[in-house]
Design a protein around this ligand. Structure first.
Ligand code: MOS
Length: 735
C-alpha cells in the first residue's frame, strides 16, 4: 500500500482497541521466564558448544604472534577461530569484517579469537591460555586535541553544514549574546541482555538465534561478511533484553558464533562477556558543542549557530548533535557545522535518539542561559521563538507542532509559576531546591514495513512480521492494530515477530518502529479484509468488521466462517511516497520539567520529581508509551548525573567497562515521574496517524536536570555528567 496522501478516516479510528492501555501481551511470557532470549534456545539446535571471546589488549597496532598451543590442548576445546584461520571476511556495513580483528588491531577489546569448547567454563579457562604478542602503535584518543584536524562529515538525514542568511554579522550585531561550549561524554547502551547468539549450520545454510533490533539489515550484513547468499541466512530474534541502538548491527557474538559453529561442526553459543561489551561494541560518541545565540532585548532570536565535534574510527560516523538546531527555534541568520575527528577508540554509533539526545543536552542549557541574560522566563523564551515552519526551508511547514502547548501544559501541571527565577533561593532543610525546564524534540522517520496476516477457522488472526520488540511493546501494539482492523478482541490475535522468514518490517530503531510497523500491519489487514469480503460475496467497501462478525447490509457472518475449512492469508506493507514526506517536516515535541535538590554541604544531587508532556501523534497504547517515556526520562537522568565512559587517554580504552563502574540510575534514583500525552493525530505520518515516542522521551531531559541544578545552586555546569566534584568547589556558602 502506498501512503501518498494525508490519512483520512479509516477502521483504526474506531479506537476500540487502539488507544487503550492494554497490558503487554508478552508480559506473562517474560515474567514466567518462558520468553526465549538468544542464549536460551536450549532445544533449538542439538548439543551446542560454547564460545568465549578473547579481546585485544591494545587499542592500535598489530598482533605480532598468537600462540594457541596451550589453549588447544586444554580440556574440552573443540576449535579456536582467529583471523588467520577464519577465511576471508567481506566488509558489510560498518565494516563487519573487523568484528574479528587481526593482525591489524583497530580498537581495544576488538575480538581477536573465539575459543569453542564443550562447556562455557572450559571455553573460558582455555581463553586465558591464548598467548598474544602485540606491536603497539600510538593512537589518537583525545577528542579535545583533535578539533583542528576534524573534517566536515554528513549526519543522518542531512549534510555536515547548513547556513541560512549570514550568521556572523547577525550574531555580532545582536544586543544580547551567548557564546558557550558544552561537552557530553562517551556513553554506553548498557542494556540488560548482553549481545548473544547461537549459530547452527545445516550444510551451507546458517541459522542464527540472536538478539537484534533490525532483522533484515543483519541478514544482509552477516551474509555479506561470510560471503554467502542472503537466502542462506536465517535470523531469529523474538525477544530482546534491551537494545537502545547497540543491537542495530551485527556484533562479534553473531559473527564468531557462525564462524565457531563452522569450525567446530556443531551449533555454538556465544554471549559477549559483560566486561568486553563496553569496548567491543558501539557506544554513543562524546561531543564538544559550541553554541552561539544572538537575540533582541525582547528575546527574539536573530542569530543561532551550533558547531559540533565528535570522533570515530577511520571511515566512521559523526554524531548528529546539530540536528535539532536546524529545526527547533526561529531565527533568520543561522548556521550549523559538524566535524568528525579520527579516533582510535571503540566504534561510535547510534544510541537512543542519536543526534538530538546529545544536541539537546547542549542547546537546552544554552536556552536557559539565554533566558537568564534576557531576564525572561525560560518557558516564555522558548514560546517566543517557536516556528511553525522549517526555519531553514520556510516553505515546509511542520505536519504538527505543538511545542507551545507542551510547554504551557507542563508549566501549569508542574506548578512552574511558583518557581524562584533567582537561583539558590529555595531551601528545604539541608537541600537547595530548584526547578528546570527543557524542550523535547526528535524527528519522526518514515520507513517501509510489511506483514502477513492469516485468519483461521477458529476466528484467530495471526500476524507475522520480522519486526522486533526490544522491550518497547511492539507485540502489543501490533496485536491491537490487527484486532482493531479485523474487529476481534485482542485475545483473538497471535503475533509472531523477529524471524527473517517473515515479511521485512521497519525494525526497531530511531523511534520509527511503532508507527511504521503497525502501518504495515494495517496494510496487510486491509488486504485480508478484502479477501474476507470477497469470500463472503460482500462488497469490501461496505463490509464492517466488528464484534467478531463481518456485516454488510442486513447480513452478518462470524469472521471464523470466512476462513472456510482452512485459512485466509494476506500480505502487504506500507510504503511512503517521498514527495508527501518532503512537503512537511515531521517531528515530535515535548517539554520536560524537573525538580532537584542539591545538598548544601556535600553537593549530593537528588532528582525530586519529573514531568514530561509529549505531542507525538496518536498514542497507540498509553501504557506502553508511558513506559517508554519514563524509561527514557530515567536514561536522561543517567546522562545528566552519572553516565560516562572514562577514556584512558594513554592506552585508549574505556576504563569503567562493567556495570559496577558504569553507573546508570536505579529505582532509588528516580522519584515521582509523570507523563502527559497531548491528544493528537498526525494524518501525514501514516494511516495510524501515530509517531515515535521512545526517543523523544530522552531528548532534553539532561538539560532540564542541569537547569534545575543551576536554579537550585547557582552553579552552571556545562560538562556532563554533572557529578559532585564539578559542583562542590563552586557551591555558595550557606548558613
Ligand atoms: Mo535507535 S539508537 O536507532 O535503536
Amino acid at each position: 500500500m502506498k501512503f501518498d496522501s494525508p490519512a483520512t478516516s479509516n477502521p483504526i479510528d474506531q479506537l476500540k482497541v487502539i488507544g487503550q492501555p492494554v497490558s503487554r501481551i508478552d508480559g506473562p511470557r517474560k515474567t514466567t521466564g518462558t520468553a526465549t532470549y538468544a542464549y536460551e534456545w536450549h532445544d533449538a539446535a542439538p548439543n551446542p558448544a560454547y564460545g568465549y571471546i578473547v579481546g585485544s589488549a591494545i587499542a592500535k597496532g598489530r598482533i605480532k604472534s598468537i600462540d594457541l598451543t596451550a589453549a588447544k590442548a586444554a580440556s574440552g576445546v573443540l576449535a579456536i577461530v582467529t583471523a588467520e584461520n577464519a577465511g576471508k571476511l567481506e566488509k558489510g556495513s560498518l565494516n563487519t569484517a573487523k568484528l574479528l580483528g587481526g593482525p591489524e588491531i583497530q580498537h581495544y577489546h576488538q575480538a581477536i579469537a573465539v575459543v569453542i569448547a564443550e562447556t562455557f567454563e572450559q571455553a573460558r579457562a582455555a581463553a586465558q591460555l591464548v598467548r598474544v604478542d602485540y606491536i603497539s602503535d600510538k593512537g589518537a584518543f583525545d577528542l579535545s586535541k583533535l578539533m583542528e584536524s576534524a573534517k566536515p562529515e554528513k549526519i543522518t538525514g542531512g549534510p555536515a553544514d547548513t547556513a541560512v542568511g549570514n550568521f556572523a554579522p547577525a550574531f555580532a550585531a545582536a544586543p544580547v549574546q551567548l557564546d558557550a561550549t558544552y561537552t557530553t561524554p562517551d556513553e554506553a547502551h548498557a542494556m540488560m541482555e548482553p549481545h548473544a547468539s547461537m549459530a547452527a549450520w545445516d550444510g551451507d545454510r546458517l541459522t542464527l538465534w540472536t538478539s537484534n533490533q533490525m532483522i533484515a539489515w543483519n541478514v544482509a550484513d552477516i551474509a555479506k561478511t561470510l560471503n554467502i547468499p542472503k537466502e542462506k541466512v536465517r535470523l531469529i530474534s523474538p525477544y530482546i533484553g534491551g537494545g537502545f541502538g547497540g543491537k542495530l548491527f551485527p556484533r562479534a557474538d553473531a559473527l564468531l558464533a557462525a564462524l565457531g559453529a563452522r569450525a567446530a561442526g556443531r551449533p555454538v553459543k556465544v554471549a559477549l562477556q559483560r566486561p568486553l561489551m563496553f569496548n567491543n561494541t558501539t557506544h554513543r560518541p562524546a561531543t564538544i558543542q559550541r553554541i552561539r545565540i544572538g537575540a533582541t532585548r525582547e528575546g527574539k532570536i536573530t542569530a543561532i549557530g551550533h558547531e559540533s565535534w565528535s570522533g570515530d574510527l577511520p571511515g566512521g560516523k559523526a554524531d548528529g548533535a546539530v540536528s535539532q538546531t536546524r529545526l527547533l527555534y526561529a531565527g533568520a541568520d543561522r548556521m550549523t557545522t559538524t566535524r568528525l575527528a579520527v579516533l582510535d577508540l571503540p566504534e561510535g554509533n547510534a544510541m537512543r535518539a542519536p543526534g538530538e539526545a546529545t544536541g539537546m543536552m547542549a542547546l537546552e542549557i544554552a536556552m536557559d542561559e539565554m533566558a537568564e541574560k534576557l531576564g525572561l522566563d525560560p518557558v516564555e523564551l522558548r514560546i517566543l521563538n517557536d516556528t511553525q515552519v522549517d526555519p531553514e526551508k520556510p516553505e515546509r511547514p511542520f505536519s504538527q507542532r505543538r511545542l507551545i502547548e507542551c510547554l504551557r501544559t507542563g508549566a501549569e501541571r508542574f506548578g512552574w509559576s511558583k518557581r524562584s527565577a533567582q537561583p539558590g533561593r529555595v531551601r528545604d532543610g539541608r537541600w537547595l531546591v530548584g526547578t528546570g525546564v527543557a524542550a523535547a524534540f526528535r524527528n519522526n522517520l518514515l520507513t517501509k514495513s510489511a506483514a502477513r496476516v492469516r485468519l483461521d477457522n477458529s476466528g484467530v488472526v495471526t500476524v507475522e512480521t520480522d519486526m522486533t520488540d526490544i522491550g518497547t511493546g511492539s507485540y502489543t501494539i501490533i496485536a491491537q492494530t490487527a484486532a482493531e482492523m479485523m474487529g476481534v478482541p485482542i485475545e483473538k490475535v497471535a503475533v509472531h515477530l523477529g524471524d527473517s522468514s517473515f515479511p521485512v518490517s521497519a525494525g526497531s530503531g530511531g523511534q520509527w518502529g511503532g508507527n511504521n510497523s503497525t502501518a504495515g500491519v494495517y496494510a496487510a489487514c486491509i488486504k485480508l479484509r478484502e479477501a474476507v469480503a470477497q469470500k463472503l460475496g460482500f462488497n469490501s467497501a461496505e463490509a464492517v468488521f466488528a464484534d467478531g462478525q463481518v456485516k454488510s447490509g442486513n447480513r452478518s457472518v462470524p469472521l471464523a466462517q470466512a476462513a472456510g475449512g482452512g485459512a485466509l492469508a494476506a500480505e502487504d506493507g506500507i510504503e511512503y511516497d517521498g514527495e508527501l514526506a518532503k512537503k512537511h517536516q515531521q517531528s515530535t515535541f515535548g517539554a520536560h520539567f524537573v525538580e532537584v535538590g542539591v545538598d548544601t554541604a556535600t553537593a549530593e544531587i537528588r532528582v525530586r520529581r519529573m514531568l514530561a508532556v509529549c505531542a507525538a501523534g496518536r498514542i497507540l497504547n498509553p501504557k506502553t508509551a508511558r513506559s517508554q517515556v519514563i524509561g527514557a526520562m530515567s536514561m536522561g537522568v543517567g546522562a545528566a548525573l552519572m553516565e560516562e565512559l572514562v577514556v584512558d587517554k594513554r592506552h585508549g580504552f574505556f576504563v569503567n567497562h562493567d556495570l559496577a563502574g558504569y553507573e546508570v540510575p536505579v529505582h532509588a534514583d528516580i522519584p515521582h515521574q509523570d507523563v502527559i500525552f497531548l491528544d493528537e493525530t498526525d494524518p501525514m505520518s501514516s494511516p495510524m496517524k501515530a509517531k515515535g515516542i521512545a526517543e523523544l522521551g530522552i531528548c532534553g531531559v539532561a538539560a532540564a536536570v542541569a537547569n534545575a541544578i543551576y536554579n537550585a545552586s547557582g552553579v552552571r555546569v556545562r560538562d556532563y555528567p554533572i557529578t559532585l566534584d564539578k559542583l562542590l568547589p563552586r557551591l555558595p556558602e550557606v548558613g
